[in-house]
Design a protein around this ligand. Structure first.
Ligand SMILES: Cc1cn([C@H]2C[C@H](O)[C@@H](COP(=O)(O)OP(=O)(O)O[C@H]3O[C@@H](C)[C@H](O)[C@@H](O)[C@H]3O)O2)c(=O)[nH]c1=O
Length: 395
């Protein structure tokens, strides 16, 4: 008796990403694409609608090319309609509910009704949230108009979610980096930053606009010891125009401004590997959105999360949910201080952010210990890519 198999699809996975604004959507999908290719040997086609934005975090990318390869990932310029002949692979991921091209949807539908042919596994990769409801929604299917099930894949912090993006070797690489201060000094030099000594306090700033940042910089000016704030050209600087001697448009990476004991350094944008190393090299990181938020956690350093603002202040609910799990086994006085700094920064409360920042200084040692322990707890044994591959195998 012969066993009947349906024709397998080509083994590649397609990941579709639209760049809404900022770098988070492409930042997350690019990390995932790189990891699936390098750790699982999966051929990845990454379709991106805005290569110019992408090139800010992958400076070697040529925005004029319709197809190019980096880190074993095939990067396609996603034009609508798709100009390159499209062949569906085993898995199709739409990142953050971006609408798949109609050609792709109809090909999935056709494959579904053809006898003896596999249907691609179709997933929507959602935004990361620490809210409890994510446990119940991760992995649910929804039947689409073309008759095919689309699965909702939710990243998250609990074992019932889709996990968090984290490369297998990342913590080992970070530990090696942090074991020797010459690594951070070499990075600062490579980035064109001058005058930073090994014992100086260094804070990276990658936030949105907020008066809380202005207030913190004013406070740092009056610090009794040197503080360096490393800030890429972008949204954070819009909150500092009153402190800068020239227009933001005229700022150049490598420039620095001294205000009392605070030195503001203008950072170049780097690729994601150097951005990670930057976070590993600083004493404190102010990060935002989704990807830098997670990378600051993996850096094992204390941080402020400037969450992406949403309608009706819904982002404050998400912030609260994260703060609750981050502070779960933290002594109450440390938990309160750290949470108050984060809330004040996000609400633009200048008095409160200054007051709680000063209190944060007195708990900086136990907070750093917590930051070192946190990544292992947060991962819950399995990172996102490994849970995703498992999920697909079980579909
Ligand atoms: C400053 C810098 C950032 N980066 C990367 C790190 C991250 O992958 C990316 C920044 O992404 P995020 O931290 O997520 O912040 P963001 O504000 O750019 O992205 C946001 O975009 C919105 C549309 C989403 O809804 C938000 O959830 C969020 O993801 O840029 C570099 O690679 N090099 C750099 O020099």
């Amino acid at each position: 008796m012969s066993v009947h198999h349906s024709n397998p699809l080509p083994p590649h996975w397609d990941i579709f990403c639209t760049v809404v604004d900022n770098y988070g959507d492409i930042g997350v999908t690019w990390r995932l694409a790189k990891q699936l290719a390098s750790e699982y040997g999966i051929p990845i086609n990454l379709w991106v609608d805005d290569l110019l934005s992408f090139s800010h975090i992958l400076p070697l990318l040529n925005p004029a090319k319709s197809q190019q390869e980096f880190n074993g990932v095939n990067i396609f310029h996603w034009e609508n309609p798709i100009k390159i002949e499209y062949e569906a692979g085993a898995v199709i991921i739409e990142a953050f509910a971006c609408e798949l091209p109609s050609q792709v949807k109809s090909i999935i539908g056709q494959l579904h009704i053809q006898p003896d042919t596999q249907t691609p596994i179709w997933l929507n990769l959602e935004y990361l949230s620490a809210e409890k409801w994510v446990d119940g929604c991760h992995g649910l299917p929804s039947t689409q108009p073309n008759g095919v099930k689309k699965w909702f894949y939710f990243p998250g912090f609990s074992p019932k979610t889709g996990g968090l993006i984290c490369e297998t070797q990342l913590f080992k690489q970070r530990d090696q980096w942090q074991a020797d201060p010459k690594h951070k000094l070499a990075l600062f030099e490579q980035l064109g930053l001058q005058g930073i000594n090994a014992q100086d306090r260094v804070i990276s700033v990658f936030s949105y606009e907020t008066p809380a940042l202005t207030a913190l910089c004013e406070l740092w000016q009056a610090s009794s010891t040197p503080i360096h704030a490393l800030i890429p050209k972008g949204r954070s600087l819009h909150s500092l125009s009153s402190l800068l001697p020239c227009a933001i448009a005229d700022l150049m990476p490598g420039q620095q401004f001294t205000l009392g004991n605070l030195t503001i350094h203008i950072l170049p944008m780097t690729d994601q590997n150097d951005f990670d190393r930057l976070l590993w090299s600083c004493d404190f990181n102010i990060v935002r959105g989704e990807d830098s938020f997670l990378r600051a956690q993996w850096a094992a350093k204390p941080f402020i999360w400037h969450i992406y603002p949403q309608e009706d202040d819904y982002h404050l609910v998400k912030l609260q949910a994260f703060m609750q799990i981050y502070c779960d086994n933290l002594a109450p006085e440390i938990a309160t201080t750290w949470s108050e700094v984060n809330s004040a920064f996000n609400c633009g409360d200048t008095n409160s952010v200054v007051m709680h920042w000063q209190q944060l200084n007195s708990v900086s040692l136990p907070l750093t210990h917590h930051a070192i322990k946190w990544p292992i707890n947060a991962l819950n044994d399995a990172d996102l890519a490994s849970r995703l591959v498992q999920f697909v195998n079980n579909c």
